[in-house]
Design a protein around this ligand. Structure first.
Ligand code: CA
Ligand code: CA
Ligand code: CA
Ligand code: CA
Length: 270
């Protein structure tokens, strides 16, 4: 985590990098390279307990399966439910070492990071900037590259505050008047090459939930089956309640025939 004194300098630099297009040819240039990099979450967990610390890695994935894409900088807006999750900060544990990784103090713009105390206040939105090392080898590593396999950009770390059947962390394309999610091209300065923006899901509970064990007595039996019947609404898109999450085997926020068949498998396995 780097929250150094270079923050102001880098922010001014960013304003220059992200300044809009002036000429038509520049706009056309940008159009030719748009949608080159997708931002993707690859969480290694689907459930967590209240009080846990959870990490969500975000990957920059080249939309072209045979080439990687050079990135000068990234600006990532994040939105989450502040009653369920608290943003603690970031771990830059990817293979690429960014020149700087900062939450800018934007109190005088959209205030996404306000109140600003090094990390943004826990109000459900924030934005992070990451800057490439532009110096090419042998002087430096050159800009970060989004590969077809995906470059781990950064890991957002949260604390789980409350139970939720499913909570979502999204990357809005824009928020407020001035803030947008940007993947700045490392080839044509000022061009945004972001493609699709993914979202991540997490289920949080007060106690460990074993799939199928609706009454929490550490088995999957006929008593649990009775509960499953109460939880099954028959409507595939009807949300489950906290009491019924043990029966939502496939994490699609319902209890339906797919879950029933998973329940039967769980009973056989008992
Ligand atoms: Ca905020
Ligand atoms: Ca049981
Ligand atoms: Ca379903
Ligand atoms: Ca389900």
């Amino acid at each position: 985590m780097q929250f150094g004194s270079s923050r102001a300098r880098v922010y001014i630099l960013a304003a220059g990098v992200f300044a809009g297009a002036a000429s038509v040819s520049f706009a056309q240039l940008c159009e030719n390279i748009q949608n080159r990099v997708n931002l993707e979450w690859r969480p290694d967990l689907q459930t967590a307990l209240v009080g846990d610390t959870v990490d969500f890695g975000i990957y920059a994935v080249s939309a072209n399966q045979s080439t990687s894409e050079s990135m000068a900088a990234l600006q990532i807006i994040l939105q989450w439910d502040p009653e369920v999750l608290q943003l603690l900060g970031n771990i830059n544990n990817g293979p690429y070492e960014w020149l700087d990784t900062i939450y800018p103090n934007d109190v005088n713009l959209d205030g996404l990071n306000a109140p600003f105390l090094g990390v943004p206040g826990n109000d459900g939105d924030a934005f992070l900037m990451l800057f490439s090392q532009l110096a090419p080898p042998p002087f430096g590593p050159g800009s970060a590259r989004a590969t077809p396999e995906g470059l781990l950009v950064t890991t957002f770390r949260f604390r789980v505050l409350a139970p939720a059947v499913m909570t979502e962390i999204t990357i809005p394309a824009a928020l407020g008047e001035h803030s947008s999610t940007i993947v700045a091209s490392g080839i044509v300065a000022g061009c945004d090459i972001k493609g699709t923006l993914d979202s991540a899901n997490l289920r949080s509970t007060l106690e460990t939930v074993f799939p199928g064990d609706g009454d929490g007595d550490s088995d999957v039996d006929l008593l649990d089956f009775g509960r499953l019947q109460d939880c099954a609404t028959g409507h595939p898109d009807e949300s489950v309640t906290n009491d019924c999450v043990a029966f939502d085997f496939d994490f699609d926020i319902d209890v339906d025939l797919d879950d029933f068949s998973a329940f039967q498998d769980a009973r056989t396995a008992e």
